[in-house]
Design a binder for this molecule. Structure first.
Ligand code: AMP
Ligand code: ZN
Length: 483
């Protein structure tokens, strides 16, 4: 498989350290609000990557953090803790907010068929690990204490920028929007490892440390959690593109300074979901959630399908019109799968041919849009329905679109509708009761009408009316009720 590595800016052959256990780390959500569908684009694409690695025969251990402390409203250590903002907004405790939005995140993931990673670790669970790493960075001279906080000294690195060749001037503190100068920093890119002096009041969660009571900076959690669960060398680290700088850049700085060697081999960044008016962001408070899609009658999996139709390294523009088109295409796809008859055994050679095309698409830097085309190619293939159905089921272990299950449900509901229509005439009571005598009279009335004996038909209606039964004629039958 070839994967684009943002650290080298090249598509590279993916060669894991140990194919039996690819070590994959994902930056998890900051749980101060619902995840928006932009965040979820990143998680959908990372889910496809994990599933495709497994499909290709690798074992995978995937770890995700949950950011429940230390992520300030600006990524550059200024503003207040986002968790505290969430707690204030909802008049709840930080831990209540964290629990509520962590649960909400995983229920959204479930609705989008995003598998829960093997290990999910809240940042607040691993404070001792961060303290240990920060102590070691202090001992090695990579960190310093100033004004009550511990900072990482970026001047000690040979190379700081990994993902970009930023014009240094653009990054000067005080120049970037929303970033205040911090006089404690020796270099403009230095970042906080441990806070004891916040620039805001009332940080909710604090722990004892060798530098005083305080809390960790945002970046250290991913280094600590990843090393704790995946060891000293990572195969893949992923996240949305906004995480590349400063978050991932700082993760690399502190991890490699601590470990004393190269840390992660492949960096995978998902480009943003944008609205027609710009980036979708949680902090602006105006964003769409999985619930917003449900409220408008969309299937969350139609949104997953929409994401898969484009490549993860291209920005994707969301509009309701685009989603409607995806929903229509998704429904048609299910209808086509439902039309396949699963009789007989699949043809092994034909199945291998179809699978090869699907794999070739994903082997090319996870080209999901070509992988979706490979699904359509299945219907055109000159082979049996059983083979086609086997191919669709196989591909769906990666695509996660529930194609086979939804097709089976569709066949079932189509069958019910057809049997009602096929009988040509339904007799139903408004209350749901059944009464053989009444039903027999209604059927006799129908026979009379068919024979154009309208006098007899009217007589039966009157007789029923006298017995307290009122009839309503419908296109395919008769509804009756007691009056
Ligand atoms: P957060 O909860 O803000 O820490 O972000 C969770 C994940 O969503 C991170 O990997 C972000 O990089 C990613 N992300 C944030 N905004 C977007 C967006 N508009 N489109 C795609 N991914 C995003
Ligand atoms: Zn992270």
């Amino acid at each position: 498989m070839k994967l684009y590595n943002s650290a080298t800016r090249k598509k590279e052959d993916f060669v894991p350290i140990d194919p039996a256990e690819v070590k994959m780390y994902t930056c998890g959500p900051t749980v101060y609000h619902y995840a928006h569908i932009g965040n979820l684009r990143s998680y959908i694409m990372e889910d496809v990557l994990e599933k495709y690695l497994r499909y290709s025969g690798y074992g995978v251990k995937r770890v995700m953090n949950i950011t429940d402390v230390g992520h300030l409203t600006s990524d550059a250590d200024t503003g207040e803790d986002k968790m505290l903002s969430g707690a204030k907004r909802e008049h709840k405790s930080v831990m209540d907010i964290a629990k509520f939005y962590t649960d909400a995140f995983f229920s959204d993931c479930a609705r989008l068929n995003i598998k829960t990673p093997d290990v999910v670790e809240p940042a607040t669970n691993c404070i001792d690990d961060y303290i240990h790493i920060i102590e070691s960075l202090m001992e090695k001279g990579y960190a310093y204490f100033a004004g009550g906080n511990v900072y990482f000294d970026t001047s000690k690195l040979e190379k700081y920028y990994i993902f970009n060749d930023f014009n240094e001037e653009d990054l000067a503190v005080g120049v970037r929007e929303g970033v205040e100068a911090d006089d404690n920093k020796r270099n403009k890119n230095d970042f906080v490892l441990w806070f004891t002096k916040s620039k805001f009041e009332a940080q909710a969660l604090k722990w004892d440390s060798p530098w005083g009571v305080g809390y960790p900076g945002w970046h250290i959690e991913c280094t600590g959690i990843s090393i704790k669960h995946l060891g000293e060398r990572l195969d893949i680290h992923c996240g949305g593109i906004d995480n590349a700088f400063p978050h991932h850049t700082n993760e690399i700085a502190q991890s490699e300074a601590y470990l004393g060697h190269h840390w992660c081999n492949y960096w995978v960044h998902v480009l943003h979901l944008n609205t027609t008016s710009g980036k979708m962001s949680k902090s602006s408070g105006e964003f769409l959630t999985v619930q917003s899609l449900l409220d408008r009658g969309y299937d969350p999996l139609a949104y997953r399908f929409f994401c898969l139709q484009s490549h993860y390294r291209k920005a994707l523009v969301f509009s309701w019109e685009n989603l409607s088109n995806a929903q229509t295409a998704y429904n048609k796809l299910i209808t086509r799968v439902a039309a396949l008859r699963a009789e007989g055994e699949p043809d092994a050679a034909a199945l291998e041919g179809l699978k090869a095309r699907f794999a070739a698409a994903l082997d090319n830097d996870l080209n999901t849009s070509l992988a979706v085309t490979a699904v359509y190619d299945v219907f055109k293939a000159d082979t049996t329905d059983a083979t086609k159905l086997a191919a669709v089921a196989d591909f769906d272990t990666v695509l996660g679109l529930d194609l086979v299950r939804k097709a089976a449900a569709k066949r079932e509901s189509d069958k019910k509708a057809a049997s009602a229509a096929g009988a040509g005439f339904a007799v139903v009571s408004e209350s749901g009761e059944s009464d053989a005598e009444v039903e027999a009279k209604i059927l006799a009335r129908r026979e009379a009408k068919k024979a154009k004996n309208f006098a007899e038909a009217d007589r039966i209606r009157d007789e029923l009316k006298a017995a307290g039964i009122e009839l309503t004629d419908m296109p395919n039958g008769v509804k009756w009720k007691r009056i």
